[in-house]
Design a protein around this ligand. Structure first.
Ligand code: ATP
Length: 232
């Protein structure tokens, strides 16, 4: 598995949002993408998934160009996307949400999923609409795994969750790293990204302005101040 984003420019109508973004996710890597609100993080993920295709530049996956393909074709290559808005099927039960997504080739069977996401075990008959934010977040990540991805693309999984739930999600993501799964993670929680990521990119005004392992950032907090506008 290797994702390579090279020099992409993405627009919403006339609004030029990404100005030549380059990034890579290598096999088994967890890559964090940070940046202030409006920097273009979600747009980068939407470009990768073919939802807002780049006007210029190339995105390739395992050496094959995927920019220009339809979102469902990109998903079928083995890339699962968990958007910021938790898109659970609200009128379906937890079990139905999971079963619908299951690909028979996926190593993630229902028993295995319930072992990993144990809070979902007692909620199998509960409708999606009757779940808490944290339960919904677990469900959408579990559902993404049911499709058997090689690359998981997550947009702000910690958003709006209580610290205890964030820690539970963090534990799962940490464990997932051992499962030969690559992850591209957009996060507002710098703590979460710093704890999990092998490498971090910072996006500012639609450009990558920094790339390093988290240790380098931890040793020089002024980088955050400069590019994200906060002291850590
Ligand atoms: P956030 O943390 O707020 O989600 P982000 O880094 O993910 O920020 P994006 O959502 O990618 O940022 O937005 C980048 C820029 O594109 C912003 O200026 C935003 O206003 C603009 N934008 C986002 N979605 C649209 C859209 N559908 N139409 C027009 N402009 C948009």
């Amino acid at each position: 598995m290797e994702l390579a984003v090279e020099g992409i420019h993405t627009y919403y109508g006339l609004s030029h949002v990404l100005h030549g973004v380059d990034l890579r996710v290598r096999p088994g890597e967890l890559v964090g993408l940070l940046g202030r609100n409006g920097a273009g993080k979600t747009t980068t993920l939407r470009s990768i998934m073919g939802l807002t295709p780049p006007a210029r530049g190339t995105i390739s996956y395992n050496g094959e160009v995927i920019s220009g393909k339809k979102p469902y074709q990109i998903a079928r290559k083995g890339i699962a996307y968990v958007p910021e808005v938790r898109d659970v099927f609200s009128n379906l039960t937890v079990e139905e949400n999971l079963t619908l997504a299951h690909d028979p080739r996926s190593p993630w069977t229902m028993p295995r999923i319930l072992e990993w996401f144990s809070p979902l075990r007692d909620l199998m008959d509960r409708k999606g609409s009757n779940l808490s934010g944290g339960q919904q977040q677990m469900l959408v990540i579990a559902r993404a795994l049911m499709t058997g991805p090689q690359l998981l693309v997550l947009d702000e999984p910690s958003q709006g969750l209580a610290p205890l739930i964030v820690n539970a999600v963090l534990d799962i993501l940490r464990e997932l790293r051992k499962e030969n799964l690559s992850v591209l993670l957009v996060e507002q929680s710098i703590r979460m990204a710093m704890e999990l990521a092998d490498r971090i990119y910072i996006l500012s005004d639609g450009k990558i302005v920094h790339e390093s392992p988290p240790e380098v950032l931890a040793g020089d907090p002024s980088i955050f101040e400069r590019h994200i506008g906060i002291a850590v």
